[in-house]
Structures are given as structure tokens and as C-alpha cells.
Ligand binder design. Structure first.
Ligand SMILES: Nc1ncnc2c1ncn2[C@@H]1O[C@H](COP(=O)(O)OP(=O)(O)OP(=O)(O)O)[C@@H](O)[C@H]1O
Ligand SMILES: [Mg+2]
Length: 278
């Protein structure tokens, strides 16, 4: 079985002219379908950089990144847009909701860019908001919602396209403890339903909800302190031995993010808006 996500010696160097920053200095990472992985690390350690690369929003300076068995650097812009828009759901600390749109419209947006018809969009957006417990707030704008509710809207937006992989960068960073629990419970449910989740956090109690915890320090990944020995042996930083696949992983979760014959992305979807959605 192929890993859903496989990185070998991924490096990222930012060169701003005056300064060169080695944000990632050789990341080896393997995530199997259905895994729930938390990555912890201090500010500036490279977490968001890693997340952007995992989410195909940015490219490594060197190294190999395979998603669903396909080398990301060999994907066309179209294929990348397809992956970002349909195969990955993003949840970010700042929610990234559009202030002028209702919750329903915000959740609908990814479907607009994948060309789903209006009636179906509405229905799926409503379902997604129901799932995060916001069926009664569909017509509220972000400013009329609490922080936790806004984050749940952004989780609904991440889910509405039925992505294989959910990437969350500090999803509870701006939330109080009650809202944090609500959002983490949602992630637990998504994981139980077979979704693959990669979550970044500063907080140990948030990381502990994941099956596997890794640490990133100064651009280097290492095994975390909280994962079980089994999990770590299977998922953590790649060692010389091959890892067994997980026979318990739900079948639908094993589907690769995309194959060579995947649907083309919507050529009309403006790239900057796709990035904005992420
Ligand atoms: N676009 C960029 N140009 C130049 N340097 C950058 C850029 N983005 C990030 N960096 C640098 O790369 C390093 C890693 O940044 P990154 O945003 O990945 O950290 P982080 O772990 O997400 O931190 P935080 O917890 O504060 O969000 C930092 O030293 C940062 O200054
Ligand atoms: Mg960050």
C-alpha cells in the first residue's frame, strides 16, 4: 500500500535577497491514509512552511514529495488546482472566512470553484454546517458568530468538498477552551470516519488527541513525546525499515488523493481565490 503522503529529504530555503532562511532542512515524513498526525513545534520552526508544502500551496526547494503516489513537482498547474480544491480541506488559525458572505456562502465557495451547480452547492453547504452544529446559523456573517463558531464554519468549508486529507494549522489557536473542545471533537469524528488529518499546534493537550505526534525543531522533524510506541514506529520519521500498512484503515480512506486519471480542475477557477480559500 502506498502512503497517502510521503516526503523524502524535503528542504525549503527562503531567499529574500538580504537573508537566506533554511526553514526546512531535510524532512522525511510518511502519513498513511486514515492517520491522525499532530505536529508540534515552537514559533518559527517551519510548521506553516511544511503545511503549505503538504497542501501544495508552496513547493520544496529540493527533495521529493509524493501525494497519493504522485510526485507533486511533476503535477501541472491544473492538477495542483484540482488537488488543492477537491482533495484537501484546509483549516487555518485565522479562519480565513470572507466577512461579507454568510456562513452558508462561505461554505459553498469551494464548490463554486469546482463547478458544482447552485442547488447542490446549497444543499451540501447546509449539510456541512449541520455537521458542525451550525444548522441554525447559516445566514449569519462571520462578524455575527463567535470565534469557535467561525472556526466551525471554516471546518465545514474544509469538509464540504469531501476531501481525503484535512490540513489544520493551529485550528484552535484563537479559541477558548470550550470552542477548542468542540473543534477537536469534530476532528475526532472526522478521523473516526476515515479522514486523514494532519494538524499543527503549539498545545500539547491538542496534540494528544492525535494518534501520532511529531516534533519539528528548526526545520527538522523528530518523533514526538506523546504518540504510542506502535504509532511512532509506524509513522514517525522514516527509518531504514518499511512500515506495515494498517489493515484496519477504512477502505474509502485508502483512496489516493489523486491518480493520473483524476478529473481536470476547473480552468475557470481563479488561482488567487483558490489560494485565498486555503
Ligand atoms: N515567505 C517567507 N520569506 C522568508 N522567510 C520566511 C517566509 N515564510 C517563513 N519564513 C521563515 O521561515 C521560518 C519558518 O517559518 P514558519 O512560518 O514555517 O514557522 P512556524 O513554525 O509556522 O511559526 P509560528 O508558530 O510562529 O506560526 C521562520 O524563520 C520564518 O521567518
Ligand atoms: Mg505558522
Amino acid at each position: 500500500m502506498t502512503a497517502l503522503l510521503e516526503m523524502t529529504d524535503v528542504r525549503k530555503t527562503y531567499d529574500t535577497g538580504a537573508v537566506t532562511v533554511e526553514a526546512l532542512r531535510g524532512i522525511d515524513l510518511e502519513v498513511m491514509a486514515g492517520d491522525y498526525v499532530a505536529i508540534m513545534g515552537p514559533s518559527g520552526s517551519g510548521k506553516s512552511t511544511l503545511m503549505h508544502i503538504i497542501g501544495c500551496l508552496d513547493v520544496p526547494t529540493s527533495g521529493s514529495y509524493r501525494l497519493g503516489g504522485t510526485e507533486v513537482s511533476s503535477m501541472t498547474e491544473r492538477e495542483l488546482a484540482e488537488v488543492r480544491n477537491r482533495r484537501i480541506g484546509f483549516v487555518f488559525q485565522q479562519f480565513n472566512l470572507l466577512a461579507s458572505l454568510t456562513a452558508l456562502r462561505n461554505v459553498e465557495l469551494p464548490l463554486v470553484y469546482s463547478g458544482v451547480g447552485r442547488a447542490e452547492r446549497r444543499e451540501r453547504a447546509r449539510e456541512a454546517l449541520d455537521r458542525v452544529g451550525l444548522g441554525g446559523r447559516v445566514d449569519h456573517r462571520p462578524g455575527e458568530l463567535s470565534g469557535g463558531q467561525q472556526q466551525r464554519v471554516s471546518v465545514a468549508r474544509a469538509l464540504v468538498g469531501d476531501p481525503t486529507l484535512i490540513l489544520a494549522d493551529e485550528p484552535t489557536g484563537n479559541l477558548d477552551s470550550v470552542s477548542t473542545r468542540e473543534v477537536l471533537t469534530l476532528f475526532d469524528e472526522l478521523h473516526d470516519a476515515g479522514r486523514t488529518i494532519v494538524l499543527i499546534t503549539h498545545e500539547a493537550d491538542v496534540a494528544q488527541r492525535a494518534a501520532t505526534v511529531m516534533r519539528i525543531d528548526d526545520g527538522l522533524l523528530s518523533e514526538g513525546a506523546f504518540g504510542s510506541a506502535d504509532d511512532e514506529a509506524r509513522h514517525a520519521v522514516r527509518g531504514p525499515g518499511a512500515r506495515p500498512s494498517d489493515p484496519d484503515a477504512p477502505t474509502e480512506a485508502r483512496h489516493a488523493v489523486r491518480g493520473p486519471g483524476a478529473r481536470p480542475s476547473d480552468p475557470d477557477a481563479p488561482t488567487e481565490v483558490l489560494h485565498g480559500l486555503a
